[in-house]
Structure formats: structure tokens, C-alpha cells
Design a binder for this molecule. Structure first.
Ligand code: FAD
Length: 445
């Protein structure tokens, strides 16, 4: 008999959820975590990032408050205090994860685990066996192999910077790059983004991409487009960064946010015959099962939708299917997501381009306006909302937005999109006035 019914490798969002639910359903479960329980989201992703985002946002709010009659003097920002408080909250959540697993009766190994064969795991100097193995090892920042790459930091280190840099270069233009660009720019850091294409957020609706790129530029972020990091040297004037187009600049820090790689290296998966995709992601079926029958994988390591709620849903669905006598496959359609850029983006469903690819005939509704709050502040930045509707069925296929509160608004709209409500049903809904969200029930051609 095996030591455990289930051995989970990785104590992040997906792994912890799967372990807890499986244990609750009566399985004997162990989990291994090599760094800190809670995983990327809690320790060095969503949570500390959103807290930094809130921290940076006060800059805008102090500025706007003046137009609302507030006299603000002597405002100072203290990076050490912000990061100390953020990291204290991370510690609190980390402790909470110990409690969660303990209460669920899950055995914890605080060490790296690797597979020896398809039922055997080596962890903390021990060899343990399990009927079923769940790989939930997440992903890691990709650092390009260029001269001087050792001087770059990734999102792993950014929460622990001792000093706020004066000059920051960020490589990449995905959501992590633009979020940190917004945060540091708002905190007064001279911020430059270098990207090999000419618009941020590849894969998002084009109108949002253009608007965010312009808004970031207007807020003072410098872009070096159509070029790449070439060479990094440490000099007395700071990091001397040469790009492939020959441009040279000096910076205090370089934050590399050019992509993430699934954590499968050295795990022993290939040796037991588990199929991996070209980028190293574990290939799974709709029940998160690999080609080896007793080995499953959930979360970022499978490179499906690399977001926390998806990792959690996948982990939960795996546990219900395996130990709960149910067949549950996590749904990956109409997943809403947000970019906590400044201004933020919220999006759910299909983009215009995706509709074209599927030969769908669509109507597009858009609205661009200055939010009421900004009428007093003089800020000219506009909010933009867009809805994509199936011409034949009137079903709303996608909703996209850039502007204040986009993430909060789109979460509500996502319920309607997920449930295939029609444009007519949106229109029948009485608006809440005056809000930005009301635009979604007032859109006219
Ligand atoms: P993880 O949470 O990464 O957990 C995997 C765990 O496995 C890690 O703790 C790792 O240490 C451990 N591990 C790896 N190998 C081993 C091994 N061999 N043995 C033992 N342990 C091992 N998502 C959102 O939904 N919203 C956001 O706002 C958001 N912001 C983000 C911001 C940043 C900067 C980053 C990097 C990510 C962000 N994400 C966000 C993505 C989100 O964090 C991930 O999608 C989510 O954490 C994936 O969960 P997971 O369980 O698959 O992996």
C-alpha cells in the first residue's frame, strides 16, 4: 500500500485547493512546497502586486483631491514602509495557509519534491509513495540569456527592493510589465519600457491596447518599441543597458517581465513518461490528467489560463473528480480578467479579432467618455467601453473596458456574458446613475 492516496507537488493556489478538497473527501494527502506556502499569487504575485498598486494610486488621488477642495501639504512617500507593510500582510497570509492545510489534515513537506517513478517521490531526504500525484508547481519568470542578465531582477525580487529606484527599465509589455510600469511611474520613478513590438498587451482587444499605450505615455512612461535588451553592464553610473537597436541608457534597476516558464525542469516528469509541450508545460486532458494515468497537473504548470482563479478551479475540479465521485472539468471559456494598469483594464469573452477568426457576424457597440469624477480635476483621459454582440442571436460575446474601476465592473458583466445574456437583456436592465458601469446597459450604435 502507498504511503499516501495523493501527493501534491507545489503549495500554491491550485495545489493547496486540490489537497484540501481531496483530504476533505477522505483521501490521505501530502503536499510539498519548496519555497513558501501560498505560491506565486500570495507570496509574489497578485496580492503584494495589488497592494503596491493601491499604494501607488494615492499619488493620483492626492492630486485629484485638490480639485475637490482639499489642501494637501507635505505629502511624502516612504517605500520602505509600504514594502514592510505589504510583506507583513504576505506573512499573515502565508501563516493562514499553514492553518488551512493543518485543519484539513494534510501532511506538509517543506522541501522540493521530485519524481523517482510514477508512484515514488523524493522529498526532504525521504522516499514516499502515493497512488496519485498532482503536479501543481506553477511557473517562474523567464530571464533572457543575454550578457549581464544577472543584474536584472524579476517580479520575484521586486517586492523586496531595499530602495525605490530613481530610474527603472522594464523589459516586456505583458500584464505584469505594464502593471509594474504604472506602479513605479506613479511612485515618481523615471520609468522606461522596452518591448520588441510597438503596442502593449498582445492578445487583448486592439482598441484597449492602443488606448493603454497612449495613456501610459501621457502619464510619463517612456517606451522603447521595436527593440530588445541587448547587453547589460554594471557601471558607476548605474546599469548601462544597450538595446538591440543601439540605444543606450543608464538605470538603477532592470525589471525583466518578458514571460514565464512552467516549472517542470528537473521534476523527473520526462523520466516517468509524462508528455510535455514544447515550452515545458505539462500536457493534460480536460480532467487535468496527463498521459500517465495516475499523474495529474493543474495551474500555471499546464499553461492553460495562467491566473489564480483558474488554478483554483482546476485543483478543485481534479479533487471532486478523483475523490468525490463526480466528473468535473474546469471551464475555460468566458474567463474574465483584469490588468491593474493605470488606467486599469477589464475584459471578458471574445475580442473582435477572435470573432473574425471564428467567422462570427458581429455588431460592435462602443462608448468613450470622460468619467464624471474627472470633470472637476481637468484630467482628460477618457474611459472606453466596448461590447461585441452576435448579429444572429443578439448574445453578448465580449465586453471590454479601460478606465477607473474596470476590473470591478467587468466582474459583474462577466456573469451576464458567461450566461449568454443578449444585448436586449442588457438594455432592459435599468441603469444605476451616475456611474461608469451604467454604460454597459445604455450602449447604442
Ligand atoms: P503557484 O502559485 O506558482 O504555486 C506553485 C508552487 O509550487 C510554488 O509555491 C513553488 O514554490 C512550488 N514548487 C515548484 N516546484 C516545486 C517542487 N519541485 N517541489 C515543491 N514545491 C515546488 N493571477 C491573477 O489571477 N490575478 C493577478 O492579479 C495576478 N497577478 C500576478 C502578478 C505577478 C507578478 C505574477 C508573477 C503572477 C500573477 N498572477 C495573477 C498569476 C498567478 O499568480 C498564478 O496564475 C497562480 O499563482 C498559479 O497558481 P499555481 O498553483 O498554478 O502555481
Amino acid at each position: 500500500m502507498a504511503d499516501f492516496d495523493l501527493f501534491v507537488i507545489g503549495g500554491g493556489s491550485g495545489g493547496v485547493r486540490a489537497a484540501r478538497i481531496a483530504a476533505g473527501l477522505g483521501a490521505k494527502v501530502a503536499i510539498a512546497e519548496e519555497y513558501r506556502l501560498g505560491g506565486t499569487c500570495v507570496i509574489r504575485g497578485c496580492i503584494p502586486k495589488k497592494l503596491l498598486y493601491y499604494g501607488s494610486h494615492f499619488a493620483e488621488e492626492f492630486e485629484e483631491a485638490r480639485s475637490y477642495g482639499w489642501e494637501i501639504k507635505g505629502v511624502k512617500f516612504n517605500w520602505k514602509k509600504l514594502t514592510r507593510n505589504v510583506n507583513a500582510e504576505v506573512d499573515r497570509l502565508n501563516n493562514f495557509y499553514y492553518e488551512l492545510l493543518d485543519n484539513a489534515g494534510v501532511s506538509l513537506f517543506e522541501a522540493r519534491a521530485v519524481l523517482k517513478d510514477k508512484h515514488t517521490i523524493e522529498v526532504a531526504g525521504k522516499t514516499v509513495t502515493a497512488e496519485t500525484i498532482l503536479v501543481a508547481t506553477g511557473g517562474s519568470p523567464y530571464i533572457p540569456d543575454i550578457p549581464g542578465a544577472q543584474f536584472a531582477i524579476s517580479s520575484n525580487e521586486v517586492f523586496h527592493l531595499k530602495k525605490l529606484p530613481k530610474r527603472l527599465m522594464i523589459a516586456g509589455a505583458g500584464y505584469i510589465a505594464v502593471e509594474f510600469a504604472g506602479i513605479f511611474n506613479s511612485l515618481g520613478v523615471d520609468t522606461t519600457v522596452v518591448y520588441r513590438k510597438n503596442k502593449v498587451l498582445r492578445g487583448f482587444a486592439d482598441d484597449l491596447r492602443t488606448r493603454l499605450t497612449n495613456a501610459m505615455e501621457q502619464r510619463g512612461i517612456r517606451f522603447l518599441f521595436d527593440t530588445n535588451l541587448g547587453n547589460i553592464e554594471k557601471t558607476r553610473k548605474g546599469l548601462k543597458i544597450t538595446c538591440t537597436n543601439g540605444s543606450v541608457g543608464f538605470y538603477d534597476e532592470l525589471l525583466c517581465a518578458v514571460g514565464r516558464t512552467p516549472n517542470t525542469k528537473g521534476l523527473g516528469l520526462e523520466a516517468v513518461g509524462v508528455k510535455l509541450a514544447e515550452n515545458g508545460a505539462v500536457a493534460v486532458d480536460k480532467y487535468s490528467c496527463t498521459n500517465v494515468k495516475n499523474i495529474y497537473a493543474v495551474g500555471d504548470v499546464t499553461d492553460r489560463i495562467n491566473l489564480t482563479p483558474d488554478a483554483i478551479k482546476e485543483g478543485h475540479a481534479f479533487a471532486l473528480t478523483k475523490y468525490g465521485n463526480q466528473k468535473v472539468s474546469p471551464e475555460h471559456d468566458n474567463v474574465a480578467s483584469a490588468v491593474f494598469s493605470q488606467p486599469p483594464i477589464g475584459t471578458v469573452g471574445l475580442t473582435g479579432v477572435e470573432c473574425q477568426e471564428q467567422n462570427l457576424e458581429i455588431d460592435i457597440y462602443t462608448s468613450e467618455f470622460r468619467p464624471l469624477k474627472q470633470t472637476l480635476t481637468g484630467r482628460v483621459e477618457k474611459t472606453f467601453v466596448k461590447m461585441i454582440v452576435d448579429k444572429k442571436t443578439d448574445v453578448v460575446l465580449g465586453a471590454h473596458m479601460i478606465g477607473p474601476d474596470a476590473a470591478e465592473i467587468i466582474q459583474g458583466v462577466a456573469i451576464a456574458v458567461k450566461n449568454k445574456l443578449t444585448k436586449a437583456q442588457f438594455d432592459q436592465t435599468v441603469a444605476i446613475h451616475p456611474t461608469t458601469a451604467e454604460e454597459f446597459v445604455l450602449l447604442k450604435k
